[in-house]
Design a binder for this molecule. Structure first.
Ligand SMILES: [Zn+2]
Length: 427
């Protein structure tokens, strides 16, 4: 493929390193794609075509066919970008972000593959202006997923693209950048929690396109903790972390019972349902990175959470901790610094020291930074309530069993540390 030279190449490669809270370089807001020279775009004709195209809108009818194999994206989370079929039967997907840059380079894709077992699938995944990122995962039942073996997938063109060649083993399968964790998955999870009787699942509000924003909570107490997730659609390992973490908090263990006795648990696990359903890289349908909207509150998804907090947080029902689950290239926690005063104090430090000590083989770091201007949840909750507010990031390709185990350990240590904090003074 023609690898376009990015006019903002340096800025975007810096952004590659983290999804949520790393200070990002200033990029001029441009309503359309940044201009590039005709040489960078391959030819005058290509340049004219790209300019005429404008911001990417996913086609309503996403499918392509080669011989006896059909690829389609007609399902929640489906995303093929532009799909073309070559004379040799090879599929080429070209992925585009849902909006013009600046955008985080998280090129999501998810295709359903229909064809007889034994058929050869040959597919190249290209990414307009960015590099390929997510190693392909395969599912034959839509539930269980595993990474394609290296004999069937590889990065090509210095990482700009990806090539998949495999023989179909089932008549229906899915290939995607990560597990398809869409509204069904959340509905099943929240339904299970609601059946326990301790958890109330309610409608917090609706997304811009009218998808439900679900809130799950236990009964109000003097103190509450809040967990949010999936502000960024492709960040499925954040969801794969959040679920066992929350399950540990709701487990039938002495520690978890003691924790729930003292703290109300409040969570909004799917903050960007439209972006997830539409296979976005980053934004909601308002074209906004929701984790840059804490403060402006211009979007219905963030506004709904803000309204709930305004109506519920009080001196009799204090928020004491915020955890926001994401994914990036590796496992890490973004926190404030130890010198920054929080109430309760020292939670980030004590929690992560204890968690890291129990996971000597799990590569994970803490990245502490001062309060910054960036309108993300971590900064806003810290600035608004003075509480520990932490972005919990799991690597895109972290082993799934290691995710489950580490999430359980971090949940247990979080509960111990929060139980050891002093209760707020009664007014
Ligand atoms: Zn993120």
């Amino acid at each position: 493929m023609m690898k376009p030279v990015l006019t903002l190449g340096v800025a975007f490669s810096a952004m590659l390193s983290a999804c949520a809270n790393t200070p990002e370089p200033t990029v001029t807001q441009d309503p359309d794609w940044p201009e590039r020279t005709e040489a960078e775009m391959g030819s005058a004709a290509a340049a004219a075509e790209i300019r005429a195209r404008g911001p990417w809108q996913p086609p309503a009818d996403v499918h392509c066919r080669s011989g006896d194999i059909l690829l389609d994206g007609h399902f929640s989370g489906g995303q093929l970008g532009d799909c073309e079929t070559g004379a040799d039967g090879t599929f080429t997907l070209t992925l585009y972000p849902e909006n013009a840059p600046p955008i985080n380079p998280s090129p999501w894709y998810a295709a359903r593959v229909s064809g007889a077992a034994g058929e050869l699938l040959s597919m190249t995944i290209e990414v307009d202006r960015f590099d390929a990122r997510y190693w392909p995962k395969l599912s034959t039942d839509g539930v269980n997923w595993s990474p394609l073996p290296e004999s069937q997938a590889r990065f090509i063109d210095d990482g700009a693209a990806m090539q998949i060649e495999m023989t179909l083993s089932q008549p229906i399968s899915w290939i995607a950048g990560g597990e398809l964790l869409t509204d069904d998955w959340y509905q099943g999870w929240l339904g299970g929690l609601a059946e326990t009787g301790d958890v109330d699942v309610t409608l917090l509000g609706e997304s811009a396109h009218g998808r439900p924003l679900w809130l799950a909570q236990t009964a109000p107490k003097a103190e509450m903790v809040m967990f949010i997730g999936r502000q960024h659609p492709p960040e499925v390992t954040g969801a794969l972390t959040m679920r066992p973490f929350v399950d540990a908090v709701f487990a039938d263990t002495a520690l978890a019972r003691q924790f729930r006795e003292r703290f109300q648990v409040v969570m909004v696990p799917l903050v960007n349902p439209d972006g997830v359903a539409l296979g976005h890289w980053r934004h909601n349908t308002g074209g906004v990175d929701l984790n840059r909207d804490w403060g402006p509150f211009t979007q219905p998804e963030t506004r709904a959470i803000k309204a709930w907090l305004d109506a519920n947080v009080s001196d009799d029902n204090r928020i004491r901790l915020l955890l926001d689950f994401h994914s990036t290239k590796r496992n890490l926690f973004y926190t404030h610094r130890d010198v920054d005063v929080t109430d309760p104090p020292d939670v980030a430090r004590d929690w992560l020291v204890a968690g890291f000590a129990r996971l000597p083989d799990y590569p994970v770091t803490r990245e502490a930074s001062a309060l910054a201007e960036q309108a993300n949840s971590k900064n806003w909750f810290y600035a608004s309530y003075g509480i520990p507010a932490i972005t919990y990031e799991t690597g895109d390709e972290t082993d799934r069993e290691a995710i489950r185990h580490s999430a359980t350990v971090f949940a247990e240590e979080m509960m111990k540390v929060m139980l050891a904090t002093a209760k707020p003074a009664v007014n």
